[in-house]
Design a binder for this molecule. Structure first.
Ligand SMILES: [Fe+2]
Ligand SMILES: [Fe+2]
Length: 246
């Protein structure tokens, strides 16, 4: 047991792995998302952005589901980018991220199916070129920080958001969608666990590095929630000014 690090988890640090950057700029380094002709790409404008869980009827729910489709596609892309960027990361971690990629692809397909059942069309809203969830964090060069941002902060918020959507869908008498979100949550907590299990391993026996990653995590989490608060306030102000046009 002592040789394996004992009960306190005093593990040998895992060899630091560097992001691979000797490749031509790929999908996520392009200025706009790459999508086929069914999608419309546009620049992000806050006034058109949606606050989290900004759903109060069938029409606003279909718009939310559009965001779900795009978010899950981006989550899939982010996993693929991490696998591509870190070919030398520990095999067990790469395996878990590959499994997450499969989960996210399935989430995108299930979300698309429900979106289309509800009458949604892929060109009904533009795909934002600066979607705030995945495009930023996936550029992080440090693997532990990337996991902190994607697999803790973003996946954590997503799981909270889906839990709220379960209740909102039931209030809208939409049991089928409520079940969809319940099924997604069953996968999402495992994505958080990838960060929870691997950040300690990647920073083992290096307290300064671990403190840096924890500090980074707190900062990006605070920024995400500040941005969400600002978006929610703008929606509320718009609604107060014009209840129908909000
Ligand atoms: Fe997902
Ligand atoms: Fe996820």
């Amino acid at each position: 047991m002592a040789a394996s690090g004992g009960l306190l988890g005093d593990l040998a640090p895992i060899r630091q792995v560097e992001a691979k950057h000797d490749y031509a700029p790929q999908r996520l380094t392009k200025p706009t998302p790459v999508r086929d002709g069914r999608f419309t790409i546009a620049s992000y404008e806050r006034k058109e952005g949606r606050a989290a869980t900004d759903v109060w009827d069938q029409e606003s729910f279909v718009k939310y589901m559009f965001m779900m489709v795009e978010g899950e596609v981006e989550a899939t892309e982010a996993c693929g980018q991490t696998l591509f960027d870190y070919p030398d990361a520990p095999w067990e971690l790469r395996f878990l991220i590959a499994r997450q990629l499969w989960d996210e692809a399935r989430h995108a397909e299930l979300s698309l199916q429900r979106f289309q059942e509800l009458g949604g069309k892929l060109d009904m809203l533009p795909v934002r070129d600066t979607f705030p969830l995945y495009f930023g964090p996936v550029h992080n060069d440090d693997l532990a920080k990337r996991l902190a941002h994607l697999n803790q902060v973003v996946e954590g918020w997503v799981t909270d958001d889906f839990a709220m959507m379960v209740d909102i869908c039931r209030q809208l008498d939409d049991e089928r969608s409520a079940r969809l979100f319940e099924q997604l949550i069953a996968d999402e907590w495992l994505h958080i666990k990838i960060g929870g299990d691997w950040i300690p391993r990647l920073t083992a026996n290096n307290p300064a590095y671990r403190a840096e990653v924890v500090k980074y995590r707190l900062e990006v989490e605070q920024k995400l929630y500040n941005d969400l608060d600002a978006a929610a306030k703008e929606t509320a102000d718009r609604f107060a000014a014009s209840p129908k046009g909000a």
